[in-house]
Design a protein around this ligand. Structure first.
Ligand code: ZN
Length: 298
């Protein structure tokens, strides 16, 4: 599967906060001018730029997907999504096995998000408040920094449920949009559908990102601006896994009602065309997931 390149799907995303968002490293900053809990910042071109690490998106999306997958099963929930904090499916996998054998033994959640012995099909890149890194300039950074709100927080004693004596702190909350990419390499059709499903859940505020979710923060609307598909065969190709083997499931863009056409192995979907891809992958999603689990060996 990872030796043959059938297709890559690159999702260009914009995330629009509906509430304040705080993504932090969780450690107390050393800079005394910064609030107690500050937003993540990366040093780019000599400037500190707020950013969201890809892992801060992947984590909540994986968690939601696991509970969605498990909800489709009456029994053998672990074949849909294993319990990572308990007996994860990689514990039963021998690292010397072939990719096919490892994939066959992995639960559906691990097949898309990976485990210690299986590469992830999805990869989230870091998100920045710019579409293009060359857009970063002094003035824009100042504008962004000025729009970051600093809110007061009250420390709660978890054991007593009361306010901790003198436990006041401050935290940052951002409301500006972030941009970045999510890539899928050789995805199965249900995996693309599951990602669209997760984005819908994010739009409804069911999936939240960052800290202070219990205080109502972290709601971000996910807008898919563009989907770039690369396939050497100039067809929309999904990976299929059946009887322990990988194969291809190809569709002509025309067949899917997509207006755009491939050029040199690339097709760029926007607007309506993205809706066509989404509709096509969501149409039969639950059945296709149940079919896929039939091939999970325990
Ligand atoms: Zn698993």
């Amino acid at each position: 599967m990872f030796r043959t390149l059938r297709s890559t799907f690159t999702f260009h995303l914009s995330l629009y906060p509906k509430t304040g968002v705080l993504v932090s490293s969780g450690s107390i900053p050393f800079d005394p001018t910064l609030p107690d809990i500050s937003f993540m910042r990366a040093r780019i071109n000599g400037k500190n730029v707020p950013f969201i690490p890809g892992s801060s998106l992947k984590g909540p999306i994986r968690m939601y997907s696991e509970s969605f997958l498990r909800s489709l099963s009456d029994e053998n929930k672990d074949r849909y999504a294993c319990n990572i904090s308990g007996r994860s499916c990689d514990k039963d996998i021998n690292r010397k096995w072939s990719v096919e054998e490892k994939y066959e033994r992995s639960c559906l959640a691990c097949r898309i998000f990976g485990n210690t012995l299986l590469a992830s099909v999805v990869r989230f890149e870091d998100l920045f408040p710019f579409r293009d890194i060359t857009e970063i300039d002094e003035e824009k950074i100042r504008e962004i920094e000025n729009s970051i709100a600093v809110r007061p927080g009250v420390g709660i004693d978890r054991a007593k449920g009361s306010v901790k004596g003198g436990a006041l702190f401050s935290y940052e909350a951002v409301t500006f949009p972030f941009n970045g990419r999510m890539m899928m390499k050789n995805p199965e059709k249900w995996q693309v559908g599951l990602i669209f499903k997760a984005f819908e859940a994010a739009n409804m505020g069911i999936i939240r990102f960052g800290r202070n979710k219990s205080r109502g923060m972290g709601w971000m609307e996910v807008k898919v601006e563009k989907v770039e598909i690369f396939s050497p065969s100039s067809k929309i190709v999904f990976t299929k896994f059946e009887n322990g083997k990988f194969s291809s499931l190809s569709a002509d863009p025309e067949e899917m009602g997509i207006n755009d056409r491939f050029e040199n192995g690339f097709i760029v979907l926007e607007g309506e065309d993205i809706e066509k891809l989404k509709g096509w992958t969501l149409e039969n999603l639950e059945n296709e997931i149940r079919e896929a689990v039939g091939g999970v060996k325990v």
